[in-house]
Design a protein around this ligand. Structure first.
Ligand SMILES: Nc1ncnc2c1ncn2[C@@H]1O[C@H](COP(=O)(O)OP(=O)(O)OP(=O)(O)O)[C@@H](O)[C@H]1O
Length: 598
């Protein structure tokens, strides 16, 4: 058996090898496992550390909370008795409050019931008042309606009354006479000596009184006769205390007639010193006086009339009217143009003549007219008209603006009548497509015009060829309303014998008396409706012809002094006024009576 033995050895070697391999593998495995175990131990240690640290922190937190809670509990425990005491008190208060509230609500209920009992009747009363109020309101509406109706009826009646008034005025004639008694002035007391004739009467005694608005009473005594009362009736009588404004208010409607196309004349008649200039112009100013748009209390009829005229014209379309002025003096029965300048260019008053035109109107050829420019843009270019009355010391400066009337000095006495002629020209109708400018209008062909604007001068100059032709074309198509306002300050109406003047003054006074008596004759002829009216007996009446006859409106403003000293002159003036009042315009009356609408 050697083979067997070798086999056995071989196998044993193999087993031994295998065993050794397995032992090595086992050891390796053990080493790996141990390594892993060590690693796990490390991890475990780490986890344990972390866990411990965390639990420590949490424990600390819990401990802290615990401590806090303990402290809190301690505090609560300390405060608890106090709280419970407070709660007890609060409970007690609450009970009290509850009781109070209950009582209060009970009381409120009782009170409100009581109030309700009181309010209910008041409310019922209020309701009834409300009903009353509604009824009153309805009544007020009704009354308001009635008031409106009455107002409308009143306006209509007023209008009718105005028409009636105008009718009456027409019936009364176109001549009205007003009488103004001037106040007693300091200079009236100057001659306070006893009159030999009148015995105990003194010259400064007031003998003329206004009884009412239409009657003047003159108390006088003739030597050897008992005292007498003589009454004069006029359309209007002004008392000494009546102001300029109330005088103008009565005169003012004539301006409407002027714009309706009637010629108007306002003349002041009376003896020297009776207040003619005061009534027509105003008081005498030593210094220059500038009158504004507002009338001054002492302004007379002329400045007020100018202002009113331009106020009325301002209501019409601008440029639709032409207003011009001329100033004439009648001295020793001659006409003097006070606006015309002599060859040296100085204002002096140039002699003119008064003629009757083919149409039967009076005209003063070559009379200088100044255009009054009153529209707002023209106010800057004011043209002042200065004129000097060559036959008396009167000096008047007029501004051609309605805003400014400057009159410097009107020295007294004036020895001749002064006539301010204001001509107004208005279109009667507008022609469609043609705008009517004042400068496009025709003007009086036979009158030399002096107009401040060069355009207007060109347009109005009668002999300039082309505009005149154009103008005549216009005047054929446009019917213009042309009227004139003559404002006359007559000379003193005293009798020659009584005034005691001599020489040139006597001659002047006699001319004045003649012209005034010619005026009286004209009025007398008109009153008697004579076929021939002696206008041409005097230059004054000839000049005023258009404003005294026909349908022209004349207002005679009689000015009288109230005192005994001027009794004769005052009676003469009142007699003149009475004669003037008798003038009736029969054709006008017939026309009105025939008209069924009136
Ligand atoms: N109603 C009046 N109120 C106050 N003063 C008046 C009144 N009327 C006239 N006078 C004054 O009387 C004086 C004479 O008046 P005025 O010059 O107007 O008279 P006259 O009639 O115009 O006189 P003449 O004919 O000389 O011009 C003036 O000082 C004037 O101021």
């Amino acid at each position: 058996c050697p083979v067997l033995f070798s086999h056995q050895t071989f196998f044993e070697g193999k087993v031994h090898l295998r065993t050794r391999e397995r032992r090595f593998g086992k050891e390796e495995r053990i080493a790996a496992l141990e390594t892993e175990n060590a690693l796990l131990h490390l991890k475990l240690a780490e986890c344990l550390f972390k866990t411990k640290r965390k639990s420590n922190f949490e424990a600390a937190c819990i401990q802290q909370q615990y401590e806090d809670q303990k402290n809190f509990n301690k505090t609560i425990a300390c405060q608890l008795p106090r709280f419970s005491r407070t709660v007890k008190l609060l409970k007690k208060d609450l009970r009290t409050l509850y009781l109070l509230t209950a009582n209060f609500s009970r009381e409120v209920q009782q009170q409100s019931q009581r109030c309700l009992h009181q309010i209910l009747p008041v409310f019922q009363r209020m309701q009834s008042h409300n009903l009353d109020m509604q009824k009153l309101q309805a009544r007020a509406f009704e009354l308001e309606r009635c008031f409106q109706e009455v107002t409308e009826r009143y306006d209509k009646e007023k209008h009718k009354r105005k028409l009636l008034h105008n009718t009456l005025v027409e019936l009364r004639g176109n001549i009205r006479v007003h009488c103004r008694i001037r106040p007693f002035l300091p200079f009236d007391a100057g001659d306070n000596v006893k009159s030999l004739q009148d015995g105990p009467e003194v010259l400064s005694q007031t003998v003329i009184h206004a009884i009412d608005e239409e009657t003047v009473c003159v108390k006088y005594r003739r030597p050897g006769h008992p005292p007498m009362n003589k009454k004069f009736e006029f359309e209007r009588v002004y008392r000494p205390e009546d102001q300029q404004e109330s005088v103008f208010n009565e005169v003012c409607p004539l301006l409407t007639s002027l714009l309706d196309g009637y010629n108007v004349c306002i003349m002041a008649y009376g003896q020297t010193g009776s207040g003619k200039t005061h009534t027509m112009l105003g008081p005498h100013f030593e210094d220059e006086v500038t009158l504004d748009t507002e009338p001054q209390p002492e302004e007379g009829i002329i400045p007020r009339a100018m202002r009113e005229l331009f106020r009325l014209l301002s209501e019409k379309p601008s440029g639709s009217h032409l207003v011009s002025v001329s100033v004439v003096e009648v001295y020793n029965n001659e006409i003097f143009d006070l606006l015309a300048k002599d060859s040296c260019g100085t204002a002096s008053g140039i002699k003119r003549d008064v003629v009757t035109t083919a149409a039967g109107n009076s005209d003063v050829p070559l009379l200088k007219y100044d255009l009054l420019q009153a529209s707002a843009p023209q106010l800057d270019s004011l043209t002042n008209i200065y004129f000097l009355n060559s036959h008396g010391p009167a000096t008047i400066s007029l501004s051609s603006s309605y805003r400014k009337w400057v009159y410097l000095k009107v020295s007294i006495p004036k020895t001749s009548p002064l006539v301010l002629v204001i001509s107004v020209r208005l279109p009667k109708m507008q022609i469609s497509g043609i705008s009517l400018k004042s400068k496009e209008w025709g003007w009086r062909k036979n009158v030399k015009c002096s107009i401040s604007s060069s355009d207007s001068r060109q347009a109005l100059r009668p002999h300039s060829p082309s505009p005149t032709r154009r103008l005549s074309e216009r005047t054929q198509t446009v019917q213009a309303v042309k009227s004139k306002l003559q404002l006359v300050d007559l000379a003193g109406s005293e009798c020659v014998g009584m005034s005691g003047v001599t020489g040139a003054a006597l001659r002047e006074t006699s001319f004045i008396n003649r012209s005034l008596s010619a005026l009286s004759d004209v009025l007398g002829a008109l009153a008697e409706q004579r076929p021939h009216i002696p206008y041409r007996n005097s230059k004054l009446t000839h000049l005023l012809q258009d404003s005294i006859g026909g349908d022209a409106k004349l207002l005679v403003m009689l000015c009288v002094s109230p005192i005994q000293k001027y009794l004769a002159e005052s009676l003469q003036s009142l007699g003149f006024g009475t004669r003037a009042r008798q003038v009736q315009r029969t054709p006008a009356r017939k026309k009105i009576l025939a008209s069924p609408s009136k």
